[in-house]
Design a protein around this ligand. Structure first.
Ligand code: V47
Length: 380
């Protein structure tokens, strides 16, 4: 399938199929693929580029699963580097932000599958954070964690979600999806929930009115066809429920894990994956360039290859930094605003549900944007 035919489909609003997606991966010119994705990005969002003020809490890295790509997990309490926060330690992280006068709107919580914690550990974690800042949005627990709770505590998925929601859960992050193809899952993450189970958790969350994100871990052993198949399965669930807000392609980081012999994906592969995602996932409103994982410069470039969101200020990221990410642990809102502006886009501070918190003059003080990037002329 040539790019002409795909361009016609995209412009006519026709969904792309598996063959189209693979053709986009195989097309010799990534800039042409990127330009088509940028058309869709600008049709949906113009120049607007979203970010939020958030804090990451990884309450424990003790994890029963042995995913080959993971540098964060430790199999047992007591192993070198293993930790589990007390509630007070987790609460102190939010209190520190509140005392610093930092108006964060979201806490992102992702953990290992800890075999020894009671369900109350999680409900009390959520409830305690809400007591400190009732307005905070808690985006917590990947579908893999929710499925683990369902098995471990013997409750239906809907009941796990309902009890967490009652304690303060507001939405689900998109992690744990990896690659849905059984061939890949069997090799890299055989001992956690299947693709269907991951999708079932998100379906149940959407039915309850909770929104969620979705991800794809790329750049390890998967093929282009398996990447596109993954996107198509997400798109099918989105057709059914409409509950996904954002798709986040996660580039594999090879340090300190069992797949460390593999090279990390190149910048061109990163940008192409953003573009293919924007084109295939026409029904998911946002594509997030997670700067922590991509690096700030590639994330800026991705804003011209389909992405319209940079994630947030973050503070203390562990999963990628233990896997070799060299990005800073946090960007201030003023820095994010400058990063977006210097990429030639317009920053918009959002909350987790994409309500606008601030834009234009109301945003953090900043140096003037270099808005002339589109008008650069070749010097004589
Ligand atoms: O599920 C783990 C990935 C995910 C590595 O929803 C790795 O807004 C690359 O869920 N190299 C967790 N990736 C992160 C996550 C997330 C992140 C940002 C935003 C959102 C959101 C969700 O991190 C895991 C796994 O797919 N991961 N190890 C690694 N070595």
């Amino acid at each position: 399938m040539g790019l002409h035919a795909i361009r016609d489909k995209v412009r006519a609003g026709e969904p792309l199929g598996l063959e189209d997606g693979v053709a986009l991966y195989e097309h010799p010119n990534p800039l042409e693929v990127g330009a088509l994705a940028n058309e869709v990005r600008e049709r949906l969002h113009g120049d607007r580029t979203f970010f939020n003020r958030n804090l990451h809490i990884n309450a424990t890295n003790v994890c029963e699963a042995s995913c080959m790509f993971c540098s964060f997990a430790r199999l047992e309490e007591g192993n070198p580097g293993a930790y589990t926060m007390t509630h007070e330690q987790a609460f102190a992280k939010l209190r520190a932000r509140v005392e610093a006068g930092d108006p964060i709107t979201e806490i992102h919580i992702v953990n290992g599958l800890h075999p020894g914690l009671p369900f109350d550990y999680y409900t009390e974690l959520l409830a305690g954070l809400k007591r400190i800042q009732p307005s905070i949005h808690l985006k917590a627990f990947t579908a893999v964690e929710i499925f683990y709770f369902h098995k471990k505590y013997g409750m239906p998925i809907a009941e796990v979600l309902a009890r967490l929601h009652a304690a303060g859960l507001d939405s689900l992050p998109g992690g744990g999806a990896e690659i849905f193809a059984p061939r890949v899952r069997k090799k890299i993450c055989d001992d956690k929930c299947t693709a269907d189970e991951w999708l079932e958790v998100h379906r149940a969350a959407h039915r309850m009115g909770l929104r969620s994100n979705c991800t794809m871990l790329y750049g390890h052993i998967e093929s282009a066809e398996e990447r596109v198949d993954h996107m198509l399965r997400l798109r099918a669930l989105q057709d059914e429920t409409g509950g996904f807000q954002t798709f986040i392609p996660l580039a594999f980081h090879p340090d300190n894990n069992a797949l460390m012999k593999l090279p990390a994906p190149t910048g061109v592969e990163d940008l192409r994956t953003y573009a293919v995602a924007r084109l295939v996932l026409h029904n998911i409103p946002h594509i997030k360039a997670y700067w922590i994982m991509l690096g700030v410069k590639t994330a800026q470039t991705a804003l011209w290859f389909g992405a319209d969101d940079l994630d947030g200020t973050v503070q203390e990221e562990k999963i990628y930094h233990m896997a070799g990410a060299e990005t800073p642990q946090a960007l201030s809102p003023a820095e994010i605003v400058r990063v977006i502006g210097n990429a030639g886009r317009v920053p918009v501070e959002r909350d987790t549900l994409y309500n606008v918190v601030a834009e234009g003059e109301a945003l953090a003080p900043r140096r003037p944007f270099r808005r002339d990037v589109r008008r650069l002329e070749v010097m004589p």
